[in-house]
Design a binder for this molecule. Structure first.
Ligand SMILES: [Zn+2]
Length: 271
């Protein structure tokens, strides 16, 4: 597991996104982790709000999606969306799952999508929760997973790779996992509801749960997800250093802003 900075890319209209260097080296794959920079939404959702479930003008969110697609994917590709419910169901997506941005709220409930269909963008939305992109270098298949603390405790990361194994015959050693910007242990201070939920993993995740000075617990959800993926056999795992709560210039954060915030996306497309 490698804890690294992800590379920042800026495009037309100032649209700014991050990429995992190991995934961006792959020729027939595109991906991005969006930031809040370069969109048209007004405060407090300024400006690149891609949270279709959030309160915002639908036209603004649609324009923001057009901008991130153009910036990171060079075209107006069809998108398969999630409707995330903090559970552990991962869906197999194909072209029939793709929706216009304006209808994204009608997507089926799931917290992960996988596909081996080319030229569709898998998209999840995030504002502190952990975005995980998965790529099978041998079978040319991919996935996106939304892991908040509840999903993490339900082992959604492992369920994402297990779904790839079941549907594509993925060998876990062929997977590259990119764990994107999300709330860091610096800011994710929580009570024992979270630590109790993590006890299911035993000593494996203990190094990433520390007692804070105020009696709460500092939990590193990114490294817990990375460790769980490593434990089930994923060999190449990159974890983005950035904390969405600390870095208010680049990211929306539920912990910092509450419900009056936008959302970023993690997106991936096979070519
Ligand atoms: Zn932080």
């Amino acid at each position: 597991m490698h804890l690294i900075p992800f590379s920042e890319v800026s495009a037309e209209n100032g649209v700014t996104f991050l990429v995992c260097p190991a995934l961006s080296e792959i020729k027939n794959l595109r991906h991005c982790f969006s930031t809040r920079i370069g969109g048209v939404s007004k405060p407090p959702r300024d400006s690149l709000n891609l949270g279709h479930a959030e309160q915002d003008e639908a036209g603004n969110v649609a324009e923001n999606y057009r901008r991130i697609l153009k910036a990171a994917f060079s075209k107006d590709a069809p998108i398969a969306f999630t409707k995330q419910i903090h559970k552990d169901f991962v869906r197999l997506a194909d072209t029939s799952d793709c929706l216009p941005v304006e209808q994204a709220f009608t997507a089926q409930e799931c917290d992960g999508l996988i596909t081996d269909t080319k030229n569709i963008v898998l998209s999840g939305y995030f504002a502190d929760c952990v975005p995980i992109l998965l790529y099978d270098t041998a079978k040319h298949a991919c996935g996106v997973v939304h892991a908040g603390w509840r999903g993490t405790a339900m082992a959604i990361a492992q369920k994402g790779v297990a779904a790839m194994q079941a549907n594509f015959g993925t060998n876990l050693a062929d997977i590259i996992a990119a764990i994107g910007p999300s709330i860091g242990p610096c800011c994710f201070l929580c009570h024992d509801d979270v630590t109790t939920a993590m006890e299911v993993f035993g000593p494996l995740v203990k190094p990433f749960i520390k007692k804070a000075d105020d009696g709460r617990f500092s939990v590193d959800l990114k490294q817990i997800n990375g460790t769980l993926l490593a434990n089930c056999g994923v060999s190449e795992i990159y974890v983005c250093e950035s904390c969405t709560c600390c870095d208010k210039r680049r990211f929306f954060s539920h912990r910092r802003q509450g419900p009056s915030r936008g959302a970023m996306t993690a997106m991936i497309e096979l070519l």
